[in-house]
Write a protein that binds this ligand. Sequence first.
Ligand code: ASP
Ligand code: MG
Length: 422
Amino acid sequence: MNIYKFGGASVRDAQSIKNILNILNSQKNNLIIVVSAMGKMTDALEALCNSYFYKTSDLQQALQHIKDFHFHIIGELFGENNDTVLTKVNALFDNLQAILNTEPSLCYDYEYDRIISFGELLSTTIIGCYLEKQGRKAKFIDIRKCLKTDQNYRNANVDLTLSAQLCQKTFTFQDTFMYITQGFIAGTSTNQTTTLGREGSDYTAALLANLLDAENVTIWKDVPGIMSADPKIYQDTKIISRLSYKEAIELSHCGAKVIHPKTIKPIQNKKIPLYVKSFLHPEAPGSVIREFDEKLKLPPIYIDKNDQLLLTLTPRDFSFIAEEKLSAIFATLAKYRLKLNLMQNSAISFSFCIDHNEAVFQNFINELKAEYEILYNKDARLITIRHYDEDIVRQLTQDKNILVEQRSRLTARFVVSEKEEK
Ligand code: ASP
Ligand code: MG
């Protein structure tokens, strides 16, 4: 059995959904298709959720945008012959409307998961109906019934034992060769909807592969494979055709966008190969992540993260940055769901990089500013080079203002910026 995962970009419009058929035509094995929300619909649902929770006036507009987007795609895929899909999609929008008609609870994260999950429910419903219409029926599974998590809304932890039992009972392939289900979303044992963290549908595909002993996983993307750098920023980028699990974890941890960091462990533990391929050129080999006996020779790999905030905290009381202080800072970071992209400490200061989200950042510094003097740089850029050499580092950094520099045997990392603020 194989697992195919289609991300938002690979199901962003009618044309790309039609293209799924081409990909399926060359597939002979049993298959589970894992799909995420179409295009930028998770962002759109996030805006709807904020409007609902904070009671702003743009709720109807946000909802209409989501409806228009999906109904437009339905129009292009089904034409007049659209009764079944419309019945199902209207039922989903009725459920969504029913939530929006009630008073939100006090828990933002709970409301977030309830609302955001409609992106995946809508995409799998529409694509499932389309495949059926084209004579490629895939059995629809609501993954919330078999991928079970705790109640840590927005970043839920999967109960592997329970999920294994339920998934094995569900995905039996007794009466079908193909299933379609949602990435990213899951459910608690009391059937509340949860999510696994943004961009989490790769992780769903990897979990299902692990729990069901899949032969392999393919992630279909709008890029030809795992690239040595972002072609929009660097010249002479190459496809990296073969990568070990360990290297893939390092790259995704450093911020490579191609795969969600949580994806690798579940497939590594069962030695399941993961392919990254272009949905526009399904015949091209793309990249594979698996175990290799030999040591792979890799070119320099560049990972850029723009729009970073570099913060430096110094205790106002001149105490040292020791374990106790660090653990309090980490707890505050976790509270605001801020992920450290890089960190460095000295005796009296702790510096770190996070993705820039202005609203969250203001709340975060308000909480810490009584205790710490806080210096920060907005618009910083974090550059990582795996498999670097001195020439490369020199070329890359010669015209830049380096704020932080870190090197290990294989990885060089730089935070660079133009301006300093306080
Ligand atoms: N739709 C979700 C998101 O955009 C999950 C995913 O695409 O992997 O974060
Ligand atoms: Mg997505």
